[in-house]
Design a protein around this ligand. Structure first.
Ligand code: ADP
Ligand code: MG
Length: 339
């Protein structure tokens, strides 16, 4: 059997057996946005890591080193946000081709340090090695109050599914970056600039997460790294539920609509399957949804939108378009394709 026969998530499941040898200190291990560990104090420790690999996650000609360093930490901050936590300390490992200009590494760290400073994160260590391609791997530690940490597994039938911000802009931006040459990217129009920025400079939803976790009414939460469809499937699998997503309620920017049209892609597909939005998706009892939406929007200025509803497991996971139902497949980004 090959990796593509089981896919990234099948592989993670396979790896995860036999990994817990001392369950006492563990609240949640493999399977959520970050591991949740007990500490001698009154807080839980959150731990997550994410790696950016040249040629897989980025093309050096399409992202500046400043943006790359910033993004390497931003995607990890998003995983801490997905648990309702506060990021604290980072370890940064870099693999560098030997001929790389020193200024490139300086810029990489300038981007990383800028977002670390803005979010109050210390860089406390890491590793530096030589490799044929550039790789940045950040391990991030955070903390959360055990009573407010939000897992992927608590969604219940009847809960509404809500997302922060907007969906699909990052995927639209990636399409442009892969299609256009440097000259046309440099002279891109306003809509193109907005979506390219969404892809290269994602904003982790830390402030929104603190409000959502603080109110303690969300039943499950995840960040949207692989696409809404994939994340809804994760929530439903772990929560043992079904779900329906209303296609006409997906929050999509005007700029994304325009770029989608210009590149001949469906904006709904970009929003569902594109990924790298780094928005938060969470579920909540319908009676509490209106208040939470108003509180998050007032505190952060970020819009919150109801995009669907958690259903009983026998309903399955469906997309509703003009009253028509179809299965919502988890066909977001998956490193090995397959299942
Ligand atoms: P995310 O998209 O939120 O970063 P991933 O899909 O990368 O999450 O990972 C899902 C879960 O699997 C996480 O709990 C992560 O820590 C775990 N995981 C991923 N790769 C491995 C691995 N090689 N060994 C052990 N656990 C892993
Ligand atoms: Mg995540």
């Amino acid at each position: 059997m090959k990796l593509h026969d089981i896919g990234e998530f099948g592989l993670i499941e396979r790896i995860s057996s036999g990994t817990v040898n001392n369950p006492e200190g563990l609240v949640a291990g493999i399977g959520d946005d970050a591991a949740v560990l007990k500490t001698p104090g009154d807080k839980n420790l959150l731990v997550t890591c994410d790696m950016l690999v040249e040629g897989v996650h980025f093309l050096p000609k399409r992202i500046t080193p400043y943006q790359l360093g910033r993004k390497a930490l931003a995607v990890n901050l998003s995983d801490i946000a997905a648990m309702g936590g506060i990021p604290r300390h980072a370890l940064v490992s870099i693999a560098l081709p030997i001929g790389l200009a020193l200024e490139y590494v300086d810029e990489l760290y300038r981007g990383l340090k800028d977002i670390a400073q803005k979010t109050g994160v210390n860089v406390v260590g890491g590793d530096t090695v030589r490799a044929p391609i550039l790789i940045i791997d950040v391990a991030l530690l955070g903390e959360a109050d055990p009573t407010t940490v939000v897992f992927r597994g608590g969604a219940r039938p009847g809960d509404l599914i809500m997302v922060t911000g907007n969906l699909g802009a990052s995927a639209a931006g990636l399409n442009l970056l892969l299609r256009d040459d440097e000259a046309s990217l440099a002279t891109a129009g306003e809509a193109n600039k907005i979506v390219i920025k969404a892809h290269l400079e994602p904003v982790p939803r830390l402030a929104e997460s603190r409000v959502i976790a603080g109110i303690r009414s969300a039943t499950a939460m995840i960040d949207i790294s692989d696409g809404l469809a994939s994340e809804v499937n994760h929530i439903c699998r772990i929560s043992c539920t079904g779900a329906r997503i209303w296609a006409d309620r997906l929050p999509i920017l005007e700029a994304t609509l325009r770029v989608a049209e210009s590149i001949g892609k469906s904006p709904t597909s970009l929003a569902l399957y594109g990924g790298e939005d780094y928005e938060l998706l969470f579920t909540i009892h319908p009676n509490l949804a209106g208040d939470l939406k108003a509180t998050v929007e007032k505190a952060t200025g970020t819009p919150v939108t109801v995009v669907g509803e958690i259903m009983p497991p026998e309903f399955g996971i469906c997309l509703v378009t003009d009253g028509r139902l179809e299965e919502l497949q988890a066909k977001g980004y998956n490193h090995f394709g397959g299942a």
